[in-house]
Design a protein around this ligand. Structure first.
Ligand SMILES: [Zn+2]
Length: 260
């Protein structure tokens, strides 16, 4: 398995990060991607893959962090991002995106400008993009249609849109990943979306420490639980879990441009 999105650098893992990684490898996770939340995390993340190549990192500014950062610093942060992406360590640009609930303190115009800049950097550095989109699908769809998708593709992480929207996004070069909520008893919407995704554009993630799958729902999540998410997706797709796991690994390697 490959976990395409987990925030193992956050303080909630400070007490037992090494053990969390050990449990992940023991559970059959062979690689994982840690996307940065913001500028304060970039430098430390860039040192990680050299110490542990099974940990890959992405660099970006999360839209939920924008309210904490002065808008006057956006250009400075983005040029620093450009410089750090130039080191060739990061496997993707992100996490970046649009967040409806944050729009009150970080207006959508600013969020769109910052996301557009991430897309431009992705194009410049020939990297895929990890996108967060929560209650902001109409502006994301408009942006992708107006600008064209970044050439290496966009991963809509923890996809929260409707199954109808999947087709539109797929045409715009998007990939889709799913997490813990597909295991919840009331999970109709995310499972409808899973079934709508072209099988070669489907990915999986833990989104740890958030969105833990059943039976860990409500607790701190970790990559070792990823198998639960895959099992629920496999059930929805009526495929054996082992077969889906192989497909997801293959898709992930294609998305990030990795070879086995
Ligand atoms: Zn995230």
């Amino acid at each position: 398995m490959i976990d395409t999105h987990c925030h193992l650098d956050v303080p909630r893992f400070d007490v037992d990060r090494a053990q969390v990684l050990e449990r992940a490898w023991a559970a059959g996770v062979e690689r994982l991607v840690v996307p940065a939340i913001g500028p304060g995390a970039w430098e430390a993340l860039l040192d990680w893959p050299a110490r542990e190549p099974r940990v890959q990192v992405a660099l970006g500014i999360h839209p939920q962090l924008l309210p904490e950062l002065p808008a006057t610093d956006d250009d400075r942060h983005l040029s620093r991002l450009d410089e750090l992406l130039g080191r060739g360590v990061a496997c993707a640009v992100g996490e970046c995106g649009l967040d409806g609930p944050s729009a009150e303190r970080a207006p959508m115009d600013r969020q769109l400008a910052v996301l557009k800049a991430h897309f431009e950097l992705a194009k410049k550095h020939a990297l895929p993009v990890l996108v967060h989109c929560l209650r902001a699908h109409p502006p994301l769809e408009r942006l992708l249609k107006a600008e064209g998708p970044p050439p290496r593709g966009v991963l809509l992480h923890s996809y929260s849109g409707s199954h109808e929207l999947v087709k539109t996004y797929a045409k715009l070069g998007c990939w889709f990943s799913f997490t813990g909520p597909v295991t919840f008893a009331e999970a109709r919407r995310p499972l409808d979306a899973v079934r709508a995704v072209p099988i070669d554009r489907l990915l999986v993630e833990s989104d740890a420490p958030d969105q833990a799958p059943v039976p860990h729902r409500g607790q701190r999540n970790e990559p070792a639980y990823l198998g639960r998410v895959i099992e629920a997706m496999a059930k929805a797709l009526d495929r054996p879990a082992a077969e889906l796991t192989a497909q997801l690994v293959e898709n992930t390697q294609r998305f990030f441009g990795w070879r086995r």
